[in-house]
Design a protein around this ligand. Structure first.
Ligand SMILES: [Zn+2]
Length: 147
């Protein structure tokens, strides 16, 4: 049987979160956290609504997943996020010791790779999953903002 739980499958769920952010006028970034093919956290950027620069999708998913698991470490978990994490989120992900990060589009301005932020040595990274879809959503968002 074909495993339906691919990185694309879960990234689509993260993209749905990004679309929810878009609809609220938030920068459209979505994230989910998965353990054993089960989604335990889903969130999207809420920096406008909460008036909080730390309310990135990843930060909320980290908190929600730790609450669900009843422990602060996210060992065995995978984060799916539509955009490359920033330094702040990469720092939080470091502390979480999360096992895997899958992201879509790269962020050439504020992404952690360019900034030289180190992830936890145990964290595996996959990138470019549904990157075009995530990047298009961002482009559409900023194009509408400029109108
Ligand atoms: Zn961030």
């Amino acid at each position: 049987m074909i495993n339906p739980f691919t990185d694309e499958y879960f990234m689509k769920k993260a993209l749905q979160e990004a679309e929810a952010a878009f609809d609220k006028g938030e920068i459209p970034v979505g994230a989910i956290i998965v353990i054993d093919n089960k989604i335990i956290a889903r969130s999207h950027n809420l920096t406008e609504l909460l008036n909080d620069v730390t309310a990135h999708a990843e930060m909320q998913s980290i908190t929600a997943a730790a609450n669900f698991l009843g422990g602060k470490y996210l060992i065995g978990c995978t984060l799916y996020v539509t955009l490359e994490p920033c330094q702040m989120c990469a720092g939080a992900l470091y502390w979480s010791q999360i096992s895997k990060i899958v992201y879509g589009a790269t962020d050439d301005n504020r992404g952690y790779v360019k900034m030289g932020t180190q992830l936890h040595p145990k964290t595996k990274v996959v990138n470019g999953i549904l990157a075009d879809e995530a990047a298009d959503l961002m482009k559409r968002f900023f194009a509408e903002k400029r109108k």
